[in-house]
Write a protein that binds this ligand. Structure first.
Ligand SMILES: [Zn+2]
Length: 261
């Protein structure tokens, strides 16, 4: 519980360097730029880097070098998630869905279907706040708890895994996740399917950059639709299978990790 306060201390100290600007001199200005840049750089690294686990213990890969895990964020989507589930069923693949609680409340039948078809359902907060790392502590706790409750209502089990919006950390995330019984999961391969709208380019990026053990970040809900991802995925699955990879969940569905309703 020391690290949240060390992080806040770093934030305060970085901003205190503004005092160096008065009285102004070029030497003091250059010292300010160096210190402010250093402090800001360290904070951004701790908040944004998907594999860093200083602020919160972080699962960014699966154990075996012959396995990869597909993870889908931001759903359920009433159109694209059922299409994705059809595709995964055709290919005989299980994946991990990080669902947004308020969307799970709107489409609980899709979340339930995904769970019943053997996929793993995980908490992606209740409302997917883009400035997650700046939430006041009471909102952070609320986002986590409401996300968990939405999943419990939809599929009858509390989730055991959590991913924040854009994988952002928060100084108080570790203690809140521990209280909620959640493990933070990030990724090692970001597909960039939120930016790449060409299916062939998207498929090439994933296939060319995939390594054994990767947790792969994809999205089954996009404001403009997940068409490129859905078009790219069959070829990606076939090519990664041809390289000897098996597809696994990013965590366990085991009874020991899920609490019955
Ligand atoms: Zn997201």
């Amino acid at each position: 519980m020391v690290r949240p306060y060390l992080f806040i201390g770093l934030f305060v100290a970085t901003n205190c360097t503004l005092a160096l600007l008065y009285p102004f001199s070029w030497t003091r200005f250059l010292i300010f730029v160096a210190l402010y840049g250093l402090g800001t750089g360290i904070m951004l690294y701790l908040l944004f880097n998907p594999t860093n686990d200083w602020l919160v213990t972080n699962r960014s890969h699966v154990e075996s070098a012959t396995e990869v895990a597909l993870t889908f964020d931001d759903g359920p989507d009433p159109v694209d998630t059922p299409r994705l589930l059809d595709l995964l069923r055709q290919k005989g693949i299980k994946a991990t869905f990080f669902v947004v609680g308020r969307r799970a409340d709107e489409h609980p039948e899709i979340v339930r279907r995904a769970w019943e078809e053997g996929h793993l359902i995980a908490n992606h907060t209740w409302s997917h706040q883009p400035l997650f790392c700046f939430l006041p502590p009471w909102r952070l706790r609320q986002e986590i708890e409401r996300g968990t409750e939405s999943i419990r209502r939809a599929c009858g089990r509390r989730p055991r895994y959590f991913r924040s919006p854009v994988g952002l950390r928060h100084p108080f995330l570790r203690p809140y996740l521990e209280q909620a019984g959640l493990t933070f999961v990030s990724w090692r391969l970001r597909s960039r399917d939120t930016h790449i709208r060409n299916a062939q380019r998207l498929a090439e990026r994933i296939v060319n950059n995939a390594h054994g053990g990767d947790i792969i970040l994809l999205h089954d809900h996009r404001p403009d639709g997940a068409r490129a991802m859905l078009e790219a995925l069959p070829g990606v699955i076939d090519k990664l299978r041809a390289r000897g990879f098996e597809f696994v969940l990013a965590g366990s569905r085991g009874e020991a990790e899920c609490e019955q309703r």
